[in-house]
Design a binder for this molecule. Structure first.
Ligand SMILES: [Zn+2]
Length: 351
């Protein structure tokens, strides 16, 4: 008999605070996490105004370097790393949307520094995960990096961001429903390793959004309150799985293909939501439920609402498996034909 050699490591935030006005707790969180001395704030032009400067004020007495950057690119990672080394930073605060948090994850991993995520919007479910997506000329790539030590999600601040971002974050979580079906499919057909805990967390997050879809509306801070826990929990499910598997199946590969074919047209979560309608149809599941929940929240359900031509939807669904060959989904090893993709998109009303 062989020796028992299994190991499981789960990395996740240890301090999560969400709610109205919780930005005021940033100093308390830094103290609880024993952050001392110099630190770097990663923020953007607009997010510095919305929250970055406020954080600077509240953290008076700490030696903070405010680093205003744009997209999550390797160039910006290098820039922040240089600045953080120069200032002798021992911690990082990411104040902004997805790209600033992605930058913090990568920098934190490279410099071995802890960081706190202070989202100013919630357009996808990566806030609390340890995976970051970096943009380059060849599209975006998802890399393993560091999870935040703490998450401070101020619903008042997030509710001031364009509502479209929150709707996209909700759609990203709803798309877990097909991601987990793809995972189960790969478990059954390919013997892929599986985590019941991650599966259940991801499913539960999606169902919380589905059940509350009629309450998630523009201009209501309560909507952020309802959505933020599932959005964070969805990210935590990735930590349990040790990969993005529980939240990313064929609908995500479809979205990544759209990013390559029609960059900048629609948001990640919006594309994944529409992808999920179609891959749920392929799974033979309740795709109408997904479509109706997305519509209720105000997320796109059609090519037109995404602002993407019908033929690009068909192409991206048919060729989605080219994004990554190692992730087995309902699209099989080699994808589906454009003829089948067109039929799926037509029957589900996407095109
Ligand atoms: Zn996603």
């Amino acid at each position: 008999m062989g020796y028992f050699s299994k190991v499981k490591a789960v990395e996740m935030p240890r301090d999560v605070v969400a709610g109205h006005g919780v930005i005021e707790d940033v100093r308390g969180m830094c103290e609880r996490l024993h952050f001392r001395g110099a630190g770097t704030i990663i923020t953007g032009g607009r997010t510095a105004e919305v929250a970055g400067k406020r954080v600077m004020d509240i953290m008076d007495g700490y030696d903070l370097d405010m680093c205003r950057v744009g997209d999550a690119t390797q160039e910006n990672v290098d820039l922040i790393c240089r600045r953080a080394r120069e200032s002798g930073s021992s911690f990082i605060l990411a104040v902004g949307g997805g790209s600033k948090i992605d930058l913090a994850k990568v920098v934190s991993n490279e410099l071995h520094l802890p960081f706190v995520a202070i989202p100013t919007s919630a357009s996808h479910d990566g806030i609390a995960s340890n995976r970051a997506s970096l943009k380059s000329a060849e599209g975006s790539r998802s890399i393993e990096s560091a999870s935040p030590m703490g998450v401070l999600a101020d619903t008042e601040i997030i509710s001031q961001a364009p509502y479209r971002l929150l709707a996209s974050g909700c759609a990203d979580v709803i798309s877990n429903l097909t991601a987990i079906m793809d995972w189960d499919f790969a478990r059954r057909l390919k013997g892929e390793s599986f985590s019941r805990t991650a599966y259940s967390l991801s499913k539960h997050a999606a169902e919380e959004i589905l059940d509350a879809s009629s309450l998630i509306k523009p201009g209501v801070e309560d909507s952020v309150w309802i959505a933020i826990k599932p959005i964070i929990m969805s990210g935590v499910s990735m930590s349990f799985a040790g990969s993005s598997r529980p939240t990313s199946g064929a609908e995500h590969m479809f979205s990544h293909m759209l990013d390559l074919r029609c960059p900048g047209r629609a948001l990640h979560g919006e594309q994944c939501g529409v992808g999920s309608i179609m891959t749920m149809y392929l799974h033979g599941g309740d795709w109408e439920h997904i479509r109706d929940a997305l519509a209720e929240i105000g997320a796109p359900t059609t090519a037109k609402e995404l602002g993407i031509p019908a033929e690009e939807i068909v192409y991206s669904l048919a060729h989605a498996t080219e994004i990554r060959k190692d992730r087995f989904t309902i699209l099989g090893d080699n994808g589906i034909t454009e003829e089948v993709a067109e039929r799926v998109a037509t029957v589900t009303g996407v095109i």
